[in-house]
Design a protein around this ligand. Sequence first.
Ligand SMILES: [Mg+2]
Length: 342
Amino acid sequence: MNLTWERVSLRTRRPFVIARWGYAGHENVIVTITDDDGVSGMGEAAPNRYYGESPDTVVAALERYKPIIESAQSWSLEATDVALTTALRGNASARAAVSSAMHDLHARKAGLPLHKLWGLSADASPLSSFTIAIDDVEGLRRRVSDAAEYPILKIKLGTDRDEEIVRTVRDAAPDKVLRVDANAAWSPQQAIERAAMLRDNGVESLEQPVAAADVEGMRFVRERCGLPVIADESCLVAADVPRLAGSCDAINIKLAKCGSLREAIRLVHVARAHNLGVMAGCMIETSLGISAIAQIAPLLDTADFDGAALLAEDPFEGVTIADGRVGLVDSPGLGVTRRRSA
Ligand SMILES: [Mg+2]
């Protein structure tokens, strides 16, 4: 087996601003694994500096992982996951890219879409939301109009204008389902102060109101805010779930946090065992990365798979998110191809 990679420059259609930072462009890393029969699988690393990763750390991790992949079997998915984590901990997005490529390769060899190999029916997938990043009033209206086809909007908050942002989006989208994500920006008290305004505007759920490590603060908010609370930055891997039970209503799974498709599925089941709802999301990434996480869509309650839809140009074609519906591709592996123009 052979492991290669390439960096890809990505630009969002509009600047993407959340409570922590904003950007219009960055780099992800595309991984290709080819076996001795010449069959290939691909995966994407979407490094996030909040989790200590960059394109450079991804490439450095892939250098370490290369000899492990070279001696791996195309079907030894579990053992490879363990070997990567043992060789170099952390580096979740780099490991996720390798995991996605291995699963793509394995399912291509089996001649089945990955979700079908797992026994999952694409029809069971929930609708995906579309993210409204932080902006001024005019910008928010433009973003809502960009998202005309999406029935569910996820609003980024964590500013001193949160009420204005929510009212502007609600005014522009009176009939849509609204969810909000504070990206860990509020204190527990601030979250409670904003909760009535969120409920007045028909907001359906509140994602990561408080700092990632403040599990007690999240419990305080959950008990008083009158909205379901979803843990994102607080929940990286399956081992995080037990201590979050009782402090949130659901968790948000991302490959760039958990490090592999296998860990993503473990997160689903550990969350279910603790009576938690399950959502999955993404970073800013191409249709390759989205097609990988979307393979677990039939196991989810809610999905936030708009990462590729936010891009100015997407170098890959795969899962589609038309009208919010997650369209898994019925071709082997992740069902991803390179766009001809790319
Ligand atoms: Mg989030």
